[in-house]
Design a protein around this ligand. Structure first.
Ligand code: ZN
Length: 402
């Protein structure tokens, strides 16, 4: 579903598409600006030479960097993947940051944001890594459809959505051992691979992504949901199912999507117990605050409101996954996952398949099927958000584009 989002070329993150330098061609001549990696590996450009080349302005103060290009102000929150334009807070692939006295801006600013919001004045040539100032264009930008209140991404979504992606387990918690995975591959490795692909697919659709982890590290269960509070639309946790050894246990395969509620069936309770068991890997300090009955949490009205939304999101994900998964759809289920209890937004947990089944074991570790799963989950998220925008009146003419 959905056309390619303009704000999401494949360059975000650490793709090979990022050049070593960019060319800025303006009425003042041509300048080269090197592209570097920040501490987290995100591609960035030094703001000073960039703004000199663009004839722009730069001012850093109290945690914000104010950048003016073509008389349009962009505000970057230092250290966080967010920027403000036209009074909207929007997501970035990576943050603007200071190194010494130098400000670094995300490469995305040059390759996506300027050409999108200042399309009247700049054009980005991805093949030549060249940002070109268009001659003789002085059109005011205030009335530009892409920048005003009615701004829409090509897929119909409003810009600014953020999704938290939570690859299950990590670090000393391997998750399930991955009976039919290649040697040495555990649940934590596959959830991370699919999680990173899901990040790419969401960003391609113009959705901002926050990851609970991008490396092989342990994040306390009680902390994971905390990544999705104010500036977050929804929370997706990724896991791989497995069964204990018993007669015929390798026959069971397929995928299921959970949302948080009291477990309805014995099997759902089993899966919840298995995923909650990761708590034993956490240090005492990690565990503080993670204990707290589901009963108590379900009394939280805000969370209750999210239950119906979570169920709908789960339904869409389960449906979309059905289009690519070779195993059976085991349906939408409810269980008391600790990882979901702290999210203050609609939250789901996807069990992508069974590592204890040979076909699933293969399917889950092959890159092409990992990509297909990530893409289908991203499609479901877009569908959900479009539906949500329509329902809340945030996007009355959804689908009409901009
Ligand atoms: Zn798991």
């Amino acid at each position: 579903m959905i056309a390619t989002a303009l704000l999401a070329l494949s360059l975000v993150g650490a793709g090979p598409a990022v050049p070593r330098e960019i060319l800025v061609a303006s009425l003042r001549g041509e300048a080269r600006v090197p592209v570097r990696r920040d501490a987290s590996g995100f591609p960035v450009v030094a703001a000073a030479p960039l703004l000199t080349a663009l004839g722009g302005e730069l001012h850093v103060d109290s945690g914000w960097a104010d950048v003016v290009v073509a008389r349009q102000p962009f505000r970057f929150l230092l250290g966080a993947p967010l920027f403000q334009f036209s009074s909207k807070l929007l997501p970035l692939a990576g943050p603007a940051s200071l190194a010494g006295d130098s400000l670094y801006l995300p490469y995305q600013f040059v390759a996506e944001i300027i050409p999108y919001y200042l399309a009247d004045q700049y054009r980005w040539d991805a093949r030549r890594s060249r940002l070109e100032e268009l001659r003789g264009r002085t059109t005011s930008l205030a009335g530009r459809a892409g920048a005003g209140d009615g701004a829409r991404l090509p897929n119909g979504l409003r810009p600014g959505h953020v999704v938290t992606v939570d690859p299950g387990h990590g670090g000393v918690d391997p998750g399930n051992p991955g009976t039919f995975f290649p040697r040495g591959v555990h649940e934590k490795d596959v959830t991370l691979q699919v999680g990173l692909l899901l990040r790419d697919e969401l960003q391609r659709r113009g959705i901002g992504v926050r990851m609970t982890r991008t490396r092989d590290t342990l994040i306390a269960l009680g902390d994971r949901g905390g990544y999705c509070t104010e500036a977050c639309d929804l929370f997706v946790s990724l896991h791989i199912n497995s069964l204990a050894r018993r007669r015929g246990y390798t026959d069971i395969r397929g995928f299921e999507t959970y949302f948080l509620a009291e477990a309805r069936t014995e099997d759902a309770a089993r899966v919840a117990k298995m995923e909650n068991d990761a708590v034993r890997f956490e240090t005492q300090q990690d565990a503080v605050g993670t204990v707290g009955g589901l009963d108590f949490i379900l009394k939280d009205l805000q969370l209750n409101e999210h239950l119906r939304e979570s169920a709908r999101l789960a339904e869409l994900v389960q449906h979309e996954l059905g289009g690519v998964h070779t195993g059976e759809s085991r349906g939408v289920k409810q269980a008391g996952f600790m990882v979901l209890t702290t999210a203050r937004r609609p939250a789901i947990l996807v069990e992508l398949g069974y590592s204890t089944n040979p076909q699933d074991g293969h399917f889950l570790t092959v890159r092409s099927s990992q990509k297909a799963m990530a893409s289908s989950i991203a499609d479901a998220v877009v569908e959900y958000l479009l539906e949500y925008e329509r329902k809340t009146g945030a996007n009355p003419d959804s689908g009409a584009g901009r």
